[in-house]
Design a protein around this ligand. Structure first.
Ligand code: FES
Length: 218
């Protein structure tokens, strides 16, 4: 059975209200709408022996495997902001490569090296996102509204997924939208969302197609 993130990880809002990645290439009003969708970040069967950096909607994420499942966090150590993807997993902890802070499964710092005293572990927490394994892929959502709603054609997601793992191809269809957006903005959001899916899937090594069904806003 695929491992899923604990429900509380999927229901909390990891990023502060109004957050935008630095050097964001999306319009300020589009990014938070797209960030509520689920995006694939890697193959579920990737060994992930070392933490890996992926980019979703201009935000750098770190993906790694803990003994109890895959984790997706912001690729930014809360100590000095350096990438956690340069670190390593030791037992049940992610260890930052720079000054050796250790983080548990929930992103909370568990140990600060003595040289950094008087700072304590309570001071540091990695921003974590939900991680769900489905359709042979690992998915995450940057602004989860509720529980996991990975595209599968049955949820309320505006994207429908048809996959053929053996053919290594995936088709994403943009259904009539449940996104709350202004009609004049709808077309561009559809294109932005689909191109992000396509980019990520190609990066993962799948050929992908995207298509869109007629919409009242088209
Ligand atoms: S930047 Fe990670 S421990 Fe200092």
């Amino acid at each position: 059975m695929p491992a899923e993130a604990p429900p509380e990880a999927a229901s909390s809002r990891p990023l502060p209200e109004g957050f935008l990645p630095s050097n964001c290439t999306y319009a300020e009003q589009d990014w938070p709408i797209l960030a509520r969708q689920w995006f694939p970040v890697c193959r579920a069967d990737d060994a992930l022996a070392r933490p890996r950096q992926v980019m979703v909607l201009n935000l750098r994420l770190v993906v790694y495997r803990m003994p109890d499942g895959i984790r997706v966090g912001r690729d930014m150590c809360p100590h000095r902001g350096l990438p956690l993807s340069g670190g390593r997993v030791e037992g049940e902890e992610l260890v930052c490569a720079y000054h050796g802070l250790r983080f548990g499964s929930d992103g909370q710092c568990t140990k600060v090296p003595e040289k950094l005293a008087p700072k304590t572990a309570d001071c540091f927490k990695v921003t974590m996102f939900p991680a769900v394994e489905r359709h042979g892929l690992v998915w995450t959502c940057l602004i989860p509204d509720a529980g996991p709603e990975v595209p599968d054609g049955t949820s309320d997601s505006p994207f429908k997924l048809s996959s053929d793992r053996f053919a290594e191809s995936m088709v994403f269809e943009f259904l009539d939208s449940s996104m709350i957006v202004e009609p004049e903005n709808h077309q561009s959001l559809k294109k932005l969302g689909l191109s992000e899916y396509q980019r990520l899937l190609e990066e993962i090594g799948f050929s992908s197609e995207t298509s869109s069904s007629p919409s009242p806003f088209s």
